[in-house]
Design a protein around this ligand. Structure first.
Ligand SMILES: NC(=O)c1ccc[n+]([C@@H]2O[C@H](COP(=O)([O-])OP(=O)(O)OC[C@H]3O[C@@H](n4cnc5c(N)ncnc54)[C@H](OP(=O)(O)O)[C@@H]3O)[C@@H](O)[C@H]2O)c1
Length: 250
């Protein structure tokens, strides 16, 4: 889906994992990509190089997406490099500790809300004005299937992912008249670098519960992002699209 208009995307947390695959899919389909990262500067540069090798344009931008000033500075720098952001992919995540109710603290919830509610707010506030002026915008949140599954010992993460979905739906209704779509992709378990060391038996047990009888790969999520980011997806907003082999079928 190569657009006739040259668009610019910012993908948060694109140095590795799903963000890396999303950035490459966007970059190699003709979108300029701002590759945000936190600590992995070499990995972010690797993402950029892979995009350039595929004929695309990409630059790395370091910022902590939980920090208002850093987000503002990053969006400004992206604007200077590529122009205004048309496509915002909100993907970054920090550690996701599994904790029993007894172990959970209010801080353990705040830690997740910082990534999945505060960071989206900081980012959207920075890009919204330009999107409204141009009457075009694609805001794509990366959520999770866990909200529907209600995974135990994980309420800190599950609650934040639920809040992120609510935020998406409310923004979608509010911003639709301005030509801006807001959607959420809810992946199933998709092994990335963070899961190295997970016993194969755990992955197999999960895969057995999935109607498709397998786990996904990062490209599965990237392809869904590519669709939502396209010009053709202009009439799709406020949706949660599960990319999980049917795991949350009712
Ligand atoms: N993989 C799955 O199974 C799965 C399933 C459902 C939902 N998800 C969701 O998909 C998204 C990506 O997950 P993932 O598994 O791909 O994660 P990941 O492989 O751990 O990658 C996390 C990314 O976020 C970046 N990051 C961390 N802290 C940051 C900060 N403060 N500011 C900016 N960037 C920061 C990291 O950058 P550095 O490495 O440069 O520090 C890295 O690029 C998350 O929203 C996650 O909840 C994933």
């Amino acid at each position: 889906m190569r657009s006739s208009v040259k668009r610019t995307a910012l993908v948060t947390g694109a140095s590795r994992g799903l963000g890396h695959a999303i950035a490459i899919a966007l970059g190699t389909s003709g979108t300029n990509v701002a590759v945000n990262y936190f600590k992995g500067d070499a990995a972010a540069e690797n993402t950029c190089q892979q995009i350039r090798k595929g004929g695309g344009q990409a630059e790395a931008f370091q910022a902590d997406v939980r920090d208002e000033q850093q987000v503002a500075d990053m969006v400004k720098k992206v604007g200077t490099t590529f122009g205004p952001i048309d496509i915002l992919v909100i993907n970054a995540t920090g550690p996701q500790p599994m904790l029993s109710v007894e172990e959970q603290t209010w801080q353990s919830y705040l830690d997740q809300l910082e990534f999945f509610v505060k960071s989206p707010l900081l980012l959207v506030k920075q890009v919204l004005n330009e999107m409204k002026q141009r009457r075009f915008g694609r805001i794509i949140q990366i959520g999770s299937e866990v909200f529907e599954l209600g995974n135990p010992n994980f309420a800190n993460y599950v609650a934040a992912k639920g809040a992120q979905l609510g935020q998406t739906r409310s923004w979608a209704r509010e911003l639709a008249p301005s030509g801006i779509t807001v959607n959420l992709i809810a992946p199933g378990w998709i092994p990335t670098e963070r899961h190295h060391g997970t016993p194969q038996s755990e992955l197999d047990t999960y895969a057995r519960t999935v109607p498709a009888k397998k786990v996904g790969v990062p490209k599965d999520v990237a392809m869904a992002v590519l669709f939502l980011a396209s010009e053709e997806a202009n009439f799709v907003t406020g949706q949660k699209i599960a990319v999980n082999g049917g795991n949350t079928l009712a």
